[in-house]
Design a protein around this ligand. Sequence first.
Ligand SMILES: O=C(CO)[C@@H](O)[C@H](O)[C@H](O)[C@H](O)COP(=O)(O)O
Ligand SMILES: [Zn+2]
Length: 193
Amino acid sequence: MAYSIVDDVAIAIAELRRALTPEFAATIVPSAEALAEALQAGKKILIMGNGGSAADAQHIAAELVGRFKIERRGLAAIALTTDSSVLTAWSNDYAYETVFSRQVEALAQPDDVVWGISTSGNSTNVMRAFEAAHAIGATTLGLLGRSGGKLAAMSDFSIVVPLEHTDQIQSAHQIVYHAICAYLDTVFQPADA
Ligand SMILES: O=C(CO)[C@@H](O)[C@H](O)[C@H](O)[C@H](O)COP(=O)(O)O
Ligand SMILES: [Zn+2]
């Protein structure tokens, strides 16, 4: 059967509707509250992922450091996917597996939130970063897919999108993190707004 863009989009929408139930949405709340609590306490958020999820990490940091929908103070978030010199030097000289854990070791403080994004839940460099986070006393948050993979058990807070296809999980992740950004907007809304 010939490929159809129209059918593909319809299938993606149907899959998202099937997965993003109110029950699923409720699982986002503890993670959003943990992020707000950390930021209110003066802690920061370190975000990472590979491929499309690297783009998501940068997207989230931009929403938080800059703005989402309202005027509020900047929120402390750093994507660990953006410094090409750090990424290439460390991966070239040591290993790509430790490219995020090295940055966590260098940057994370106790009670910061180390936020990993992985559709499979099995990316080794994110797992290594979570190990480094726990050694420092930082909190881990996994934005995951499928059944959560190995990262589910390594996450203090997790959001697992119950879909199988990477692209559809990524679409759901974007809905999830935009909802988190909207929540943080309400938490950090200026009193006079
Ligand atoms: O965007 C896509 C596929 O839609 C790819 O770039 C994808 O993110 C990469 O294959 C990643 O390496 C997958 O890693 P993960 O989600 O399993 O942690
Ligand atoms: Zn993609």
